[in-house]
Design a protein around this ligand. Structure first.
Ligand code: ATP
Ligand code: MG
Length: 384
């Protein structure tokens, strides 16, 4: 029999189509995906547009989700994802994902879900209170299905996804021990630089997020990026240029840490060799926020400009982008149905495909009838 669990290296990750992608997504996951794609070490790579998940807290606003599917797809392609190397697909177009969310829900307790720290924060942020949609509470389980149904080994994502991947590992483990070995326990891959695992918002809040309106989008034009950077929070104690400033916890320096290279210094701020020198000057005093912000705006625009250009070209042929999603969704559905078939067989809910089961059931009924007939014959005999 062929090995049904070949150790294949499979990458899967995704984004909610609740808005276009921002620079937090870029450093947290997207940049890594492009690098992994170009290294070519994975046997298969999947990127999912999580529309089903986006609907868990946008049920009454499906138009928002619908419109952002294409925005997110354009962002992927503009950032350098190559659809010939990576399967880009739409979550709702793969029925096994919804189906297995349902089976996996039986393997997780409510208490376990409520312990998920990311979920707790997100529920608080949305102020659900007692109107919490069950679907939202359930999304870590649904996300486990997204991951497990493709035999995923690696999930490149930001820090907020750690509890989600842990939940997926637990479900795989539980399923395998109850029903038999089908699913692979995935691992998360977070960016090397701690700061890139959770980029703060331009308002200095803990996380840049589409839902918080504190983001710089990959598709923002040059002017908007510059305006957003100029409005950023810095060190509140750095009032005069001559004052010594703090670089730690200062979002402008955090962004520089995430994005600026020595080449950027050579190109736009040659008075300094690197970020260390710039930081040292800021800490000493005598370096104004405006100078630092102008540099950051140039760095970001330098990184975003090639993406903007690619996006413009892609926007001229929107049907082609939808075709990429449609083809990708078909391919994803094929892979998920393979895991779905094996999982349903392990669970014993493959009633029609299991010929042995049908024969066994037939034999049992036959035996029952024979025994009943024998008993009836015996009783008839003994009455005589
Ligand atoms: P929403 O507010 O709708 O949840 P979001 O901005 O949090 O949107 P997601 O689609 O939930 O974005 O996240 C997609 C991916 O991007 C995940 O891997 C997540 O870890 C990563 N990510 C999101 N925001 C950041 C951030 N600020 N810094 C680093 N990574 C991030
Ligand atoms: Mg999120």
């Amino acid at each position: 029999m062929e090995n049904e669990n070949p150790i294949k290296q499979v990458m899967l990750t995704g984004d909610r189509p609740t808005g276009p992608l921002h620079i937090g997504h870029y450093v947290g996951s997207l940049r890594m995906r492009v690098e992994l794609q170009n290294e070519g070490k994975f046997d298969e790579m999947f990127i999912m547009i999580a529309d089903t998940q986006a609907l868990t807290d946008n049920a009454e606003n499906p138009q928002k989700v619908r419109d952002n599917v294409i925005q997110v797809a354009l962002d992927y392609l503009a950032a350098g994802i190559d659809p010939n190397k990576v399967t880009i697909f739409v979550q709702s177009r793969v029925p096994e994902l919804a189906e297995f969310s349902c089976y996996f829900a039986n393997l997780v307790t409510l208490a376990r879900l409520e312990r998920n720290p990311t979920l707790k924060t997100e529920m608080g942020m949305r102020g659900f209170g007692s109107s919490l949609p069950v679907g939202f509470l359930n999304y870590p389980i649904s996300q486990a299905a997204d991951i497990l149904m493709f035999g995923t080994t690696i999930v490149p994502a930001g820090e907020d996804q750690m509890p989600m991947v842990e939940q997926a590992q637990e479900i795989a483990h539980k399923f395998n021990s109850v029903y038999g070995n089908v699913f692979i326990e995935p691992k998360i891959m977070v960016p090397e630089k701690a700061l890139c695992r959770r980029l703060p918002g331009i308002d200095g809040k803990a996380k840049m997020s589409k839902s918080l309106g504190n983001a710089i989008y990959l598709s923002d034009d040059e002017k908007t990026v510059t305006k957003q950077v100029m409005s950023m929070f810095t060190d509140p104690t750095h009032l005069q240029v001559s004052d010594p400033g703090h670089t730690e916890g200062n979002p402008v320096f955090m962004y520089l840490e995430a994005f600026a290279t020595d080449e950027h210094f050579a190109k736009y701020l040659p008075e300094y060799k690197n970020l260390e020198e710039l930081k040292a000057h800021y800490q000493r005093g005598g370096l104004g926020d405006v100078t630092v912000k102008r540099f950051l705006a140039k760095v970001l625009n330098d990184i975003l400009e090639p993406m903007r250009q690619r996006r413009r070209e892609l926007e001229n042929d929107i049907p082609a982008v939808y075709r990429i999603l449609e083809e990708g969704s078909k391919r994803a559905a094929e892979v998920a149905s393979y895991y779905g078939f094996r999982a349903k067989r392990a669970m014993g809910i493959n009633y029609f495909e299991d010929k042995k089961l049908i024969e066994k059931q037939q034999k049992a009924f036959k035996r029952k009838h024979e025994e009943a007939d024998k008993l009836a014959a015996y009783l008839a005999q003994s009455k005589k």
